[in-house]
Design a protein around this ligand. Structure first.
Ligand code: ZN
Length: 294
């Protein structure tokens, strides 16, 4: 490369988890292209350093194990299928009591490196199991695919299931077992509402994108203010009828096939901790559900 990348995309920040620390913190550095310099005080023990906070298959297994141990009757753990490398694609199902329910699908880690989705999902599930969400548990059946692209996460990839694998965020993709699993889940659940979580690398912006512009305008009034992280919400409405076959994703698919609403979020890490991202997940789920219930 002969010129520096666009300033918004420059990685002049890292995330660090010092030994014994509860949460990741951001560390700023200096960019003297092509070299970035960071100063860290490192204590004895194991320090994790990453472009984004780590959340791998073992972190997810620990979280799901914690859910299982709580033994709540309104939580079930199932699998959407197995990946090419034989990993289960786990689904947390949350619903309380009998009667008709609105099916909701929540997906994260379609793109493996976008770890924000996993932290946001943890915050969503914590809120969903609390007293405030009782009415939503009774009226809905939540299917939460907390880590769709399990092989990609395990192998440290960015977008695909393997080096020549599928982009599982697309309806039309190369043949792939994880892609089969997510398709089967969508077709079984037939969601009225899909919430799909991503994190691009912007610094000053979060995105809320939807298949329904009117829904998105109402949602925008409820989305939690993010100005303390230097971010503003950008709203994008997809014109579902005009999306090419190549670009159609599961939000578009659900709008086209089932008349549902798809909402996709891009929640970049810049200036945020893991705790911030969990809180944001809880905030956006409340905003989406309350908007959808209007
Ligand atoms: Zn993504």
């Amino acid at each position: 490369m002969s010129f520096p990348p666009h300033p918004r995309r420059v990685f002049d920040f890292l995330f660090v988890l010092p030994p014994g620390a509860e949460d990741w913190r951001m560390v700023s550095g200096e960019w003297d292209f092509p070299v970035g310099r960071f100063s860290l005080g490192v204590a004895p023990g194991e320090t994790w350093v990453g472009l984004q906070p780590r959340y791998n298959t073992a972190d997810l297994a620990g979280f799901i194990d914690g859910l299982r141990k709580r033994g709540r009757p309104d939580v079930a753990i199932r699998s959407a299928g197995k990946s090419r490398e034989g990993r289960e694609v786990p689904v947390v199902v949350v619903s309380e009591g009998a009667g008709a329910k609105q099916p909701v699908l929540i997906t994260a880690r379609m793109h493996p490196y976008e770890s924000a989705g996993s932290f946001a999902v943890e915050g969503m599930i914590k809120w969903l199991l609390g007293d405030d969400a009782c009415e939503f548990r009774r009226g809905h059946e939540f299917h939460i695919a907390a880590m769709v692209n399990v092989d990609g996460v395990h192998n440290g990839l960015s977008r695909l299931t393997d080096l020549r694998g599928a982009n599982v965020n697309r309806v039309h993709a190369v043949s792939d077992r994880t892609h089969d699993a997510i398709r089967a889940l969508v077709e079984e659940v037939r969601p009225r509402l899909v919430i799909d979580l991503h994190n691009f690398l912007e610094k000053a912006r979060d995105d809320a994108r939807s298949t329904d512009g009117e829904f998105l305008r109402r949602l925008a009034r409820r989305l939690p203010d993010q100005s303390r992280f230097g971010k503003r919400w950008r709203q994008i409405t997809w014109d579902v009828a005009k999306i090419s076959d190549e670009d159609i994703n599961w939000c578009h698919f659900v709008a086209r096939e089932y008349g549902g609403v798809g909402v996709m979020f891009e929640l970049p890490w810049f200036r945020r901790s893991g705790g911030d991202m969990r809180g944001l997940g809880a905030g956006i789920l409340q905003a989406v559900l309350r908007t959808h219930a209007e």
